[in-house]
Write a protein that binds this ligand. Structure first.
Ligand SMILES: [Fe+2]
Length: 258
């Protein structure tokens, strides 16, 4: 199911990467470009542009980190996925479908890691914005649900940071909406994403070393604190929550990519 992202007004809000991406004409995560190889056209995944300038998150996440993280790591997942699925049945799937089918009920297919990493990174970039971080806006639906689920924002922040600090090896920490309308903090390893368990992600932070080592070296807890205090886009989380509730309420089991 395709859903056009509605752009309200013309002002480019400083802390709204989703709207910024839409205004800049960024393609959706599952969009592809058509290329001609041989006699028949095929669709390729491409490196989705960042929803902000490369230096927009400084001093909390450096331009150098984004140049390597987005420009090299993320790009390599895209390039490798295209090579892996070329000429196979998997070429007809969009990115979310590749993640879900590639998970293969816990017996991942060869392309799963690259598809999952692309999905996770696109979600991560739009989970941050310039001028973000801190507590969600007062009386916002996100804050109310956080308080209901964790007791307070402070308790949520401690649990989120602890989850990130204790994720062994490479992985991700997510704030998800479960299908029974509760918020949970979920850790995943490597390229795993909670959409394979039918959770609805609202936020994610990348805790692979490539996400923070240039800026924080081995101090992952400092990186996690910086993410929550200065980078997280509660506006993105709120929009994802609103969309998720709308689709869940009408019985739609799959939330379209944003
Ligand atoms: Fe990463």
């Amino acid at each position: 199911m395709a859903l056009a992202f509605q752009v309200a007004g013309t002002a480019l809000l400083p802390c709204n990467p989703l709207r910024a991406a839409a205004l800049r004409g960024a393609p959706t995560p599952s969009s592809r470009r058509i290329s001609l190889r041989g006699v028949s056209p095929r669709a390729e995944f491409h490196l989705r542009p960042l929803p902000y300038e490369m230096d927009a998150l400084e001093p909390h996440m450096s331009k150098t980190t984004l140049e390597f993280h987005w420009g090299k790591h993320h790009r390599s997942y895209v390039d490798n996925l295209n090579k892996q699925i070329e000429g196979t049945d998997a070429e007809r799937y969009n990115l979310s479908e590749l993640v879900l089918k590639g998970y293969n009920n816990g017996n991942p297919l060869p392309y799963f890691n690259n598809a999952g990493q692309i999905w996770n990174h696109e979600f991560f970039w739009s989970s941050m914005c310039r001028g973000g971080g801190g507590e969600p806006p007062a009386k916002s639906e996100v804050l109310e649900l956080i308080v209901k689920s964790f007791g307070s924002y402070e308790e949520f922040a401690e649990l989120f940071k602890r989850a990130g600090a204790t994720q062994f090896g490479s992985g991700w920490v997510w704030l998800v909406l479960t299908r029974d309308a509760k918020l949970e903090i979920v850790k995943t390893s490597n390229a795993l994403t909670p959409i394979v368990w039918d959770h609805i992600p609202l936020l994610v932070v990348d805790v692979w070393e490539h996400a923070y080592y240039l800026d924080f070296q081995n101090k992952r807890p400092d990186y996690l604190a910086e993410f929550l205090d200065h980078l997280v886009s509660w506006q993105a989380a709120g929009e994802r929550l609103s969309r998720a509730k709308a689709f869940v309420n009408v019985g739609e089991p799959v939330i379209p990519d944003l």
